[in-house]
Design a protein around this ligand. Structure first.
Ligand SMILES: [Zn+2]
Length: 169
């Protein structure tokens, strides 16, 4: 009997497999950690979901309202992030059951990625009126640059030291 070879490239494109724990391979043949990261967080909406959770939007309805995406799409993306151990779901109410979503340590480790996107977007994509959001050091109120350094006290910050506030734009 011939061994069965499962073609994950084909399986990953089958919508029926979306909620299963299969590895997606959007970049087959790429032996590269950037490609490997994009396999996990390169899907449309994934980083914005992570951004929303970081900003304290932990409930499904809050994220759905913020992102304006279909509920089934948000459900799929959240499930994918949970499978990848980036997001975890915690029940905060029973009867009916309601859940909140939190970032795991693996998810929190994406903060530098988001900060790099933010810095790049501020530099190249935003109007001259200024950035729409600022990241500030909770302790001293200083703004944080794209290298995660507080511009007021000079400290290199971790994700829990900072928060996002509305910018001047
Ligand atoms: Zn500071």
């Amino acid at each position: 009997m011939q061994p069965t070879v499962i073609d994950l490239t084909v399986a990953s494109r089958n919508p029926a497999c979306d909620n299963r724990s299969v590895l997606y391979h959007d970049y087959p043949g790429q032996h590269c950690s950037i490609a490997a990261s994009l396999e996990v967080v390169g899907e449309r909406w994934s980083l914005l979901i992570i951004r929303d959770i970081l900003r304290g939007r932990r409930r499904f309805d809050q994220m759905q309202e913020s992102l304006g995406i279909a509920r089934n799409v948000l459900t799929k993306r959240l499930n994918r992030l949970i499978e990848a151990d980036i997001v975890e779901r915690r029940r905060y109410q029973t009867g009916p059951d309601r859940y909140e979503y939190f970032l795991t340590e693996k998810g929190l480790d994406l903060w530098p990625v988001l900060m790099a996107y933010l810095g790049w977007g501020d530099k190249y994509c935003e109007p001259e009126t200024g950035p729409p959001r600022l990241i500030v050091h909770k302790e001293c109120g200083g703004t944080v640059n794209d290298r995660r350094i507080c511009q007021k006290c000079g400290r290199e910050l971790e994700v829990r030291d900072a928060e996002s506030i509305p910018g001047p734009a």
